[in-house]
Design a protein around this ligand. Structure first.
Ligand code: GRG
Length: 300
């Protein structure tokens, strides 16, 4: 098999994230008349504004840019997608799900506050995402279409469905196809909808939307395999364990099914496919290619 290795890159965000961070903070800046309880608002800000990689919002903004649209016009969609992502992390970290103590280098939301508040923080962030789209995207048809796309990607057939299947599959032997299907919904759907919302805001032609969707599919899967590989390394380094189900508390992983070398090779192929998918967008797609290179080589 041909060995495909992506070029070495040092990651820096592909768009200026300052405006995005300001818009994100503004979306959870409740004043007294809003009636959001202080502790809930604190929890929402704690989860949402913690230092994440902001990959999904970058995908929204870069897709808009690659389709000739404005990054500023894509900001509400970028904020909404990050809100859905943050909510899913807060809920995923709960004892009833992955039961994690740390997230983004800090105590998880339920550790910092309590479980009930963390559930409500996730609920509120999810609802707020749709409020942002409905109130800040124009024209109204774009707002409606964006709400529909995000609802589908965040819902029972995608993010939530993937999470449900992932939980149900604990301590079961999955085939590679089953594992890919779970991750296509649990992780891939948000990557793909990020690109779709960027394209939507830019009024992109169907051919470009299709190219971005192909890019997102490959990138999402590569991202997940890298996540598994990082987990193997971390677990081995920290606990001296053999990679496998123990590394993910009873969950099947790509390194378990494919081996580490084959997983790494699969990542390189997927990143190359992602890069190829957006070639038809020309030089406007270069930041997306850089982002793909980063995803293939990230170390955290
Ligand atoms: C609770 C409905 C529901 C879904 C949870 C997000 C998720 C689905 C599970 C998280 C478990 C996990 C580690 C998935 C691997 C991929 C992933 C989403 C990693 C976190 O995303 P990053 O690395 O996070 O982009 P940051 O913090 O950088 O934003």
């Amino acid at each position: 098999m041909t060995q495909i290795a992506p070029p070495t890159v040092k990651f820096s965000p592909q768009v200026d994230l300052q405006k995005f961070e300001a818009a994100l903070a503004a979306a959870v800046q409740f004043d007294d008349v809003d009636g959001c309880p202080d502790r809930l608002a604190d929890g929402m800000r704690y989860a949402l504004l913690a230092p994440g990689k902001r990959l999904r919002p970058q995908l929204v903004m870069l897709a808009a840019q690659a389709c000739g649209g404005s990054v500023d016009a894509a900001l509400p969609a970028a904020v909404a997608v990050e809100m859905i992502h943050a909510y899913s992390l807060v809920h995923d970290d709960l004892p009833a799900m992955d039961d994690d103590d740390l997230r983004r280098g800090r105590p998880t939301c339920h550790k910092q506050f309590d479980e009930a508040l963390a559930i409500l923080v996730g609920d509120a962030l999810q609802a707020q995402a749709f409020e942002v789209l409905a109130t800040q995207l124009t024209p109204a048809e774009t707002a409606v279409a964006a709400c529909r796309e995000l609802a589908t990607a965040a819902g029972a057939r995608a993010l939530v469905g993937g999470q449900a299947d992932d939980l149900a599959a604990e301590f079961q032997d999955l085939t590679l196809e089953q594992l890919q299907l779970i991750h296509a919904r649990k992780t891939g759907a948000l990557f793909r909808v990020s690109l779709k919302l960027g394209a939507l805001v830019a009024g992109a032609a169907a051919e470009r939307v299709q190219a971005l969707d192909e890019y997102g599919t490959k990138l999402g899967l590569a991202f997940q395999i890298v996540d598994d590989l990082l987990d193997v390394n971390g677990t081995e380094a920290q606990l001296g364990k053999t990679p496998g189900k123990d590394a993910r508390q009873g969950k099947s992983t790509f390194p378990e099914l494919l081996g580490v070398e084959e997983s790494r090779q699969r990542v390189n192929e997927l990143i190359q496919q992602a890069r190829d998918a957006v070639k038809l967008l020309g030089t406007a797609a270069e930041p997306l290619i850089e982002l793909a290179n980063y995803v293939g080589q990230r170390t955290h």
